[in-house]
Write a protein of this length. Structure first.
Length: 201
């Protein structure tokens, strides 16, 4: 799976919900708490497929996503992409990248009449560790973050050289923002807190 985000190591999350967030964090004060492990509430994420020919968006439960990541599809887009990556030069086009589904972990979205709308925000914030040497180093990172109580989920990225870490935030009363505007403000602040949790000391 390829996660929609960008940046080196624990860099700035460029796409957190569905679009670039522009908020002034200096004036934001939100009391947040994290949740590790399984959550009783049914949480949905969004899968986006855009291979240049087909552009679709669908939602599914996080548990379903985890099961799908355990077994690669018949097309083996991720394996094929990893095979050609070592031989590519900067600027080269990798056709398999487009074929890998993208994940929007923070919310469930739907598209109607060409307009994308958030239907449910789940509080999942994703940070990533990039530029790893390969699966062995990725496994080491996953083992380390698994020991932290705030880690909700950690897995190897589609390149095989990154680890995606999911942390779930809520308000102290276990509630979450209901509107997209509230969610964007909440999410930007939560992302800053998540980076502090995992930033090397």
């Amino acid at each position: 799976m390829q996660i929609i985000t960008s940046g080196r190591a624990f860099g700035r999350c460029q796409i957190c919900l569905y679009g670039i967030l522009t908020v002034h964090l200096s004036v934001v004060i939100i009391a947040l708490q994290t949740h590790a492990g399984q959550i009783n509430k049914v949480m949905r994420i969004t899968l986006v497929r855009d291979d240049g020919k087909v552009n679709t968006m669908r939602t599914l439960r996080i548990e379903q996503l985890v099961e799908q990541m355990k077994v690669e599809t018949k097309a083996q887009s991720v394996s094929k992409m990893r095979e050609v990556l070592p031989f590519m030069l900067p600027g080269d086009k990798n056709d398999y990248v487009q074929k890998v589904q993208k994940v929007i972990p923070a919310a469930a979205f739907f598209r109607k009449d060409g307009i994308t709308t958030m239907s449910e925000y789940n509080g999942i914030v994703m940070i990533q560790v990039n530029n790893l040497s390969g699966n062995m180093e990725a496994d080491e990172v996953k083992e380390r973050v698994r020991e932290l109580p705030q880690t909700y989920l950690a897995f190897t990225g589609s390149s095989g050289k990154s680890v995606k870490i999911w942390v779930r935030f809520t308000y102290p009363n276990d509630l979450l923002p209901e509107t997209r505007e509230q969610a964007e403000l909440f999410h930007a602040h939560a992302y800053r807190l998540a980076v502090k949790f995992y930033q090397p000391q």
